[in-house]
Design a protein around this ligand. Structure first.
Ligand code: PBG
Length: 314
């Protein structure tokens, strides 16, 4: 009667990591219960998500080969494009919203989220992520994913100006109806560590602090969101979630758009580690962590606990 905040299956989204091949179900060691899946196996996982009433799935791809331009990202026959076409054919998945993450880090040999200009060699080398070149590739990738069947395009790269470029590319590709969920507030975080094993996307040199945000800055996060909305973002995603609940609350207060949060890999893994040692009560901790993110103001949550949480909701 007096409960202020609720969890429901439709507000939870489950991330899937697609890999080439058939019958592949490779455990991700730092994320117990999560797997690299070939498309046929991912279909089974998605069917379970649909049966549980989850809102949707978030798709990442790990290509057969990587190169310095990230060409696998916009390949019409790329791994996520294949996955999307297959998912769209499955009647049992018709109610799942298919969100395509857009970034280059899984596709580039250097592991950065954009196109890199490297200067010098060895210890003397420096590098620059070329913002505008990267944006062009991200826009092309988005159009390709939308054509393949993505319901929502979710850029997670944090380049400047990418939302406007993606909107233009989608419109030009006849995908005027495809919304953009922008990872508008994304901090350079240690909590993405396990994901980088899952997606084989750890940067081979340097780090992501040149394009992701400083964890100390909440006002900057608001500016990033404002900028993405002015460029045409339909919804915004906040990330990570638990260490940044104040940022979620600040965004909720300020912006009247659909707002989601990503409980990222490290948040999942640290809880899993504690569960394995019997240090925390699994069921209560999962629900409490998700409820805290909803209470801070997130309408929907991307979480590796999505399936388990629904089972706990009863
Ligand atoms: C791609 C991307 C990352 C995550 C989502 N999209 C990794 C990163 O920025 O390094 C992290 C998700 C997670 O940790 O679960 N850029």
């Amino acid at each position: 009667m007096v409960r202020e905040t609720h969890l429901r299956p439709g507000a939870l989204f489950y991330p899937l990591f697609l890999v080439p091949g058939e019958g592949v179900r490779r455990p991700i060691s730092s994320m117990p219960g999560c797997f690299n899946l070939s498309v046929d196996e991912a279909v089974k996982e998605a069917q379970e998500c649909a049966a549980l009433g989850l809102g949707g799935v978030l798709l990442f791809g790990i290509p057969e080969t990587k190169d310095d331009q990230g060409t696998g990202a916009w390949d019409e026959n790329g791994i996520v494009q294949q996955g999307l076409r297959t998912f769209k054919r499955e009647h049992a998945l018709k109610d799942l919203v298919l969100v395509a993450d857009v970034c280059l880090c899984e596709y580039t040999s250097h592991g950065h989220c954009g196109i890199v200009q490297q200067n010098g060699v060895g210890d003397d080398s420096s590098f620059e992520v070329e913002n505008d070149e990267s944006v062009k590739v991200l826009a092309k990738t988005s159009a390709s994913l939308a054509r393949a069947g993505a319901d929502i395009i979710a850029p997670s790269d944090m380049m400047d100006g990418r939302v406007a470029a993606i909107r233009a590319a989608l419109d030009e590709a006849g995908q005027q109806q495809t919304p953009i969920l922008s990872y508008a507030s994304k901090f350079a975080s240690a909590f993405y560590g396990p994901f980088r094993e899952a997606a084989d996307s750890a940067p081979q040199f340097g780090d992501r602090r040149g394009y992701q945000m400083d964890g100390a800055n909440v006002r900057e996060a608001m500016r990033e969101i404002e900028q993405d909305l002015s460029e045409g973002a339909d919804m915004i995603l906040m990330k990570p979630a638990m260490p940044y609940l104040d940022v979620i609350a600040a965004a909720r207060e300020r912006f009247d758009v659909p707002l989601g949060a990503y409980q990222v890999s490290g948040e999942f893994s640290m809880l899993q580690a504690a569960f394995e040692r019997g240090w925390l009560d699994r069921d209560r901790a999962i629900l409490e962590s998700l409820l805290s993110i909803r209470r801070a103001g997130a309408d929907f949550i991307f979480t590796y606990f999505a399936k388990q949480a629904v089972k706990l909701m009863g």
